[in-house]
Design a protein around this ligand. Structure first.
Ligand code: BES
Ligand code: MN
Ligand code: ZN
Length: 502
């Protein structure tokens, strides 16, 4: 999709469709009023006779309205003018696209940028609009043989800004919004691919391709023999159960000063999680191809940063394996030695995410990181605790936790903190090794984070459990691309802080 910004009056736009807001109850936005005046009150007449109340989700498409230059006008209900939340702003944009994609219009001028959202400026609105529009249009058809493109697809959105003063801000917002949105789509594509296509080697190929695509990206792929040398006995114990070789990908984006400590992201890349010998039940097991959504979000985020050529250093680490019950697979009761030297008693082979993350987190220390954030579809317990709305957030450094909570609020891709208290640590004690890989009954998301915390003592660290938010189930089954938007907001906020402190 092409996006631009422009300032100009709505009745003068020679274009496929002009989109304007109507508030509940039956109140025209400033641009709607201008159009209404041009056509001698035709719009207000329609509204008076009850065609549109202005509620969220409502819309009304008009054709060939007199004294305007556009082919169509789309009125979009935006709810109460004084009470438009960030999530409703996204819904308004989705409603717009769901109507337009079947309208025949290809070029659109949106005046929804004038809709007031508390504490949010034009930059925010443009970025949210782009994410919402692209999300509404996203399809994963790569593996369908019958791929008919729509006859007249949407091609271009022009966001209206008020005057020249906003043009520059608007253009920056478009650039950022498009990069973030492309990162989200990449994360979705990788995650939607089935386990027989998207294997650890596939992810490695993708990471190597990124190096070719972006000059400031350097990719290293550790093979099993390399990991053996580093002593990553925990990660390797998971990949033993599969015919696919496990890998560890390290993707370094160096946009800033070489000496600047990087932000390191670590993404769980289990390309299929059968549970291993502690086999999962059959129902919905196909969804375990999404167990690499953490990895996908790291790759999506790095691409967006490289696309924007941000002046920072960012590293993505992706431990990637398949969790299968082959003959050599780890068994409950097995004890392995992690790269950190700590021994782990594996009481459940289905708690494999933490087994691969712990070695990747130990490896992360070599970058002398500013902060480390891991992203993982780690526990079913997180879905029970928080459902599909926020990601679970735990960590060892309050400023980092607060930055992520704030970035979640701003982006709409939210997270919620759970307590990482020492009280929970004893649930992980083992009779036979330094630590057990499961924490027994109660607080499964927290005990999983407690396990990781034993490997992150050397740096500031946060953990995002995205088991509930990374994909949707049911009829609209598919990856959401979360939390790319959250991570990009965190990065852009950090960048803004560092430039304003100079
Ligand atoms: N990948 C799963 C977590 C998961 C489950 C994500 C359902 C999304 C939906 C993870 O590897 C796993 O199996 N975790 C176990 C841990 C348990 C054995 C302590 C779980 O949550 O049941
Ligand atoms: Mn598992
Ligand atoms: Zn898993």
């Amino acid at each position: 999709m092409e996006y631009t910004v422009k300032s100009g009056s709505p009745e003068k736009q020679r274009i496929g469709c002009v989109v304007v807001a109507v508030y509940n109850p039956r109140k025209l936005s400033p641009s709607a009023k201008i159009l209404d005046k041009a056509c001698d009150g035709m719009i207000s007449n329609l509204i008076r006779r009850g065609e549109l109340e202005g509620e969220i989700g409502q819309s009304l498409l008009l054709h060939n309205v007199e004294n305007t230059l556009c082919d169509r006008i789309l009125l979009v209900g935006c709810g109460k003018e004084k009470d438009i939340s960030t999530s409703n702003y996204r819904k308004i944009n989705s409603t717009m696209v769901s109507v337009l994609k079947n309208s025949g219009a290809t070029e659109i001028a949106s005046y929804l940028t004038e809709v007031p959202v508390k504490r949010r400026d034009i930059t925010w609105k443009i970025r949210q609009s782009i994410e919402a529009i692209d999300a509404e249009l996203y399809q994963f058809n790569q593996l369908k043989t019958d791929q008919k493109p729509p006859r007249r697809p949407l091609r271009k959105f022009i966001f209206s800004v008020s005057g020249r003063g906003q043009l520059m801000d608007g253009e920056v917002a478009v650039r950022n919004g498009m990069a973030v949105s492309t990162g989200i789509q990449l994360a979705k594509d990788l995650a939607n691919l089935p386990g027989n296509v998207c294997t650890p080697s596939y992810l490695a190929k993708h990471a190597i391709a990124m190096e070719k695509q972006y000059p400031k990206v350097k990719t290293t792929v550790l093979e099993e023999k390399d990991m053996q040398k580093l002593g990553m006995g925990s990660l390797l114990s998971v990949s033993r159960g599969s015919r696919q070789d496990g890998k560890l990908l390290a993707i370094e984006y160096t946009g800033g000063d070489k000496k600047q400590a990087p932000i390191v992201f670590v993404g769980k890349g289990v390309t299929f999680d059968s549970g291993g010998i502690s086999l999962k039940p059959g129902a919905a097991m196909d969804e375990m191809k999404f167990d690499m959504c953490g990895a996908a979000s790291v790759l999506g985020t790095l691409s967006a940063c490289a696309e924007l050529q941000l002046p920072m250093n960012i590293v993505g680490i992706v431990p990637t394996v398949e969790n299968m019950p082959d003959g050599l697979a780890i068994k409950p009761g097995d004890i392995v030695t992690s790269m950190s030297g700590q021994t782990i008693e594996i009481l459940n082979t289905d708690a494999e995410g933490r087994l691969i993350l712990c070695d990747a987190l130990t490896y992360a220390a070599k970058y002398d990181p500013d902060v480390v954030i891991d992203i993982a579809t780690l526990t079913g317990a997180c879905v029970v605790a928080l459902g599909a709305h926020p990601a679970g957030l735990l960590g060892n450094h309050n400023p980092l936790i607060n930055d992520l909570l704030n970035a979640g609020q701003t982006s709409g891709d939210r997270c919620w903190e759970l307590p990482l208290w020492d009280d929970y640590q004893e649930q992980l004690s083992s009779n036979f090794a330094d630590i057990a890989n499961i924490g027994g009954k109660g607080a499964g998301t927290i005990t999983a984070a407690c396990f990781l915390s034993r490997f992150t003592k050397k740096y500031h660290w946060a953990h995002l459990d995205i088991a509930g938010v990374a994909w949707s189930s049911g009829k609209q089954k598919g990856a959401t691309g979360r939390p790319v938007s959250l991570l990009m907001q965190y990065i852009l906020d950090r960048l803004e802080d560092s430039t304003s402190n100079k």
